[in-house]
Design a protein around this ligand. Structure first.
Ligand code: GRF
Length: 216
């Protein structure tokens, strides 16, 4: 990231409710946490669209169940990463999306996408970054034998899990944990962390200053 300094305060196209897009490839439990926090009134936002690169993603079912627009976009139909991303962006623009959340979206994004949604593109990662980036955050932390793990919500830059950190939550590992119990507790922590970060975004309380994200 460059030495940019910006608040998300003015990113919304109007004073309307924040329009969120969620990109997800799998089970969508993080998507569900956002849905639940909106329905409980904790999060003043709307999920405008859910997009998946997997036709059978449970995330799409969850969206449909809550009457949220849900779309499978097949990456095999695109000739390049950028072409696929341009298709995604076309839909995001149609739905006037203010912020894009990557909730278990198992694709790397192109420079085009990252620049388009700079400081409006949020990822949840299941480790305390910069430790254990990549797609096996839980497995890698567990196998390394760390005593404290957790999750990280961050803005996305062009690197792999390297963008400015919004917040992190701890998941201390207990002596009697199994990998399954560690992960199960970790996911519950994720489900608190992601809506919390989104709430800060929606309230215009995140200011990106280079690598630092200040909470206003
Ligand atoms: C989560 O562990 C998230 O941190 C990671 O992928 C997983 C997605 O889980 N990026 P789900 O599909 O939200 O249940």
């Amino acid at each position: 990231m460059a030495t940019s300094s910006s608040s998300n305060k003015n990113n919304k196209t109007s004073s309307k409710i924040t329009n969120i897009a969620v990109l997800a490839s799998g089970k969508g439990t993080n998507l569900q946490s956002i849905i639940d926090k909106i329905e409980s009134g904790y999060l003043d936002a709307k999920i405008a669209i859910v997009i998946s690169d997997k036709a059978d993603a449970i995330a799409l079912e969850r969206a449909k169940k809550h009457k949220i627009a849900a779309m499978f976009l097949d990456s095999k139909k695109a000739t390049s990463r950028e072409e696929y991303d341009k298709t995604v962006v076309k839909h995001l623009e149609k739905y006037k999306v203010d912020v894009v959340v990557l909730a278990g979206f198992m694709r790397l994004l192109s420079k085009y996408f990252v620049e388009k949604y700079k400081n409006r593109l949020i990822n949840i990662h299941p480790s305390l970054l910069p430790s254990f980036p990549g797609i096996h955050g839980y497995e890698d932390a567990w196998e390394y034998g760390v005593k404290v793990s957790g999750c990280t919500v961050h803005f996305v830059d062009e690197g792999c899990d390297t963008g400015p950190i919004i917040l992190q939550k701890f998941n201390p590992i207990k002596d009697d944990d199994t990998f399954e119990s560690f992960k199960e507790r970790g996911l519950k922590i994720e489900h608190e962390a992601l809506p919390e970060a989104l709430k800060l975004f929606c309230e215009g309380r995140l200011k990106v200053e280079g690598r630092k994200v200040r909470i206003l």
